[in-house]
Design a protein around this ligand. Structure first.
Ligand SMILES: Nc1ncnc2c1ncn2[C@@H]1O[C@H](COP(=O)(O)OP(=O)(O)O)[C@@H](O)[C@H]1O
Ligand SMILES: [Mg+2]
Length: 456
């Protein structure tokens, strides 16, 4: 026997968060993966776009800075400051003519990308007329300071401020992300539902087979894997059908063949001289015959061939109780009681259902002296029906065993009450074939409850 370790907390959490169905899980995984890929894609795109913008802005800045420098050099020193002041500069660029450089010793060195804005190497390679005597550069709080010294000794100070990169700061980013996600989610949901439909069909077919061996086969089309699974399922169903059929036929044949020798034995018993022995022998043979008859009825299983039709379960319950009361004319008037709705429409095989309920009611009346039938309205797709009596009940360890064919409890060996021990197995067979079940339970204040469930 292997012992599984208790699931960890992470495991529990995952299980609680994950949706239950295969379709929903697949859709969730695909969606999360797609959102990740999309986010990565859009981010790369955004960075590209920002890079382009930045390059354009840089080009603009440096060309304007050159214009400023040229204007400063072409203007006589006394009018230089005013001329530079009059220039129309783009936002982020500021230029003044001063006696000293604006770059201070405590400023940090500008990082290479910022230095590209001023391109001092281009300036230094310019024709001698335009070449600055000295170049200083420094960086403080995101602003690049560049100071160029003119041949006349004064300085042209540039202050260049570039706004920080904000790749996500765009409406299109979010809109594109949401729109693509929504479109993908619709597609993924549709596709996963479609792809997992065969699994649902297979589950439904297995369920139907459990209720009725003669359920129609699955269609064997669709994708290769689905068709293979459907074919395998149909083959299995066919084998089960054959197996059940063979066993039933065998049982019926044995029952049938036993009848003749029993009849012959009964005739021979009549010739016995000992009266007492003869009576006992005949009683035993009587019992054997009853068992064979019951076995034949069990094996015939008319329920399997009866069609399923809409019926009124409440009316069926009342009929069963009425017939049981009619069979016991000397019973107290309140022996058979019905409590429940006036009408309760369900689908089922009326003769089979009636037989199942009649067996349970007969047991209650035979062993418990009363049969109170309570029918509850459907709840969560289930109908519950209880048959209670005031008898001795059944010991807990035998409450399942009595559902085996021919299993009778020692106390009820007396053949006057009940039948041969096929009542409960037949009732359970029929109810399970309807997708329901029957179980037994002792009542706290004495007596037995047979609890029947049926799908609504
Ligand atoms: N309501 C009940 N109270 C006590 N015992 C019961 C009750 N119903 C069934 N039993 C026990 O279960 C056994 C099997 O029941 P069943 O399959 O109907 O066979 P049968 O009624 O032919 O004996 C009965 O023989 C009886 O001992
Ligand atoms: Mg019975």
């Amino acid at each position: 026997m292997s012992v599984r370790p208790p699931p960890g907390r992470v495991h529990c959490l995952i299980r609680r968060v994950l949706p239950a169905s295969l379709a929903a899980r697949t859709a969730l995984f695909l969606l999360v993966a797609l959102m990740g890929v999309q986010a990565a894609g859009l981010t790369i795109h955004a960075f590209d776009r920002v890079d382009l913008q930045r390059a354009a802005a840089e080009r603009e800045m440096s060309s304007r800075a050159f214009t400023v420098w040229r204007t400063a050099l072409m203007t006589p020193p006394d009018r230089r400051a005013a001329a530079v002041n009059d220039l129309d500069l783009p936002p982020g660029l500021d230029a003044t003519v001063d006696d000293a450089p604006a770059v201070r010793a405590n400023m940090g060195p500008p990082p290479p990308p910022f230095l590209r804005l001023a391109r001092p190497e281009v300036l230094l390679a310019a024709p001698p007329r335009f070449r600055p005597r000295e170049v200083q550069a420094g960086m403080r709080q995101g602003t690049l300071f560049v100071s160029l010294r003119t041949p006349d000794g004064d300085w042209v100070n540039f202050r260049i401020h570039m706004p920080p990169l904000r790749p996500w700061h765009s409406d299109t980013f979010l809109a594109a992300f949401l729109l693509m996600t929504a479109a993908a989610a619709t597609l993924i949901l549709w596709a996963t539902r479609r792809l997992t439909r065969p699994v649902r069909d297979l589950a439904a077919a297995a369920n139907a087979l459990g209720r009725d061996v003669n359920a129609p086969p699955l269609p064997e089309d669709g994708p290769l894997e689905v068709a293979t699974a459907a074919h395998a399922f149909n083959t299995m169903a066919e084998r089960i059908r054959r197996f059940v059929g063979d066993r039933t036929q065998m049982l019926a044949a044995i029952g049938h063949d036993l009848r003749t020798p029993i009849t012959r034995l009964k005739l021979r018993a009549e010739f016995m001289d000992d009266d007492e022995q003869r009576a006992k022998m005949l009683a035993d043979l009587e019992e054997m015959e009853a068992m064979v008859t019951a076995t034949l009825a069990f094996a015939r299983d008319d329920a399997a061939t009866e069609p399923s039709v809409p019926l009124d379960l409440a009316a069926l319950c009342r009929t069963v109780l009425d017939e049981a009361a009619d069979a016991r004319p000397d019973a107290e008037p309140d022996t058979f009681v019905y409590a429940g709705p006036e009408r309760l429409p369900v689908r089922g095989r009326p003769i089979a259902l009636k037989r199942a309920l009649a067996n349970l009611v007969a047991n209650a009346a035979n062993y418990g002296g009363a049969a109170r039938l309570t029918l509850d309205p459907p709840q969560a797709g289930q109908i519950a029906l209880r048959i209670e009596d005031d008898g001795p009940g059944i010991p807990e360890e035998s409450q399942e065993a009595v559902f085996q064919p021919f299993r009778r409890l020692e106390t009820s060996r007396n053949r006057e009450t009940g039948g041969v021990g096929l009542g409960l197995p037949i009732a359970r067979n029929i109810l399970r074939a309807h997708g329901g079940d029957v179980t037994l339970r002792n009542r706290p204040d004495g007596g037995l409850t047979a609890l029947v469930t049926l799908p609504a």
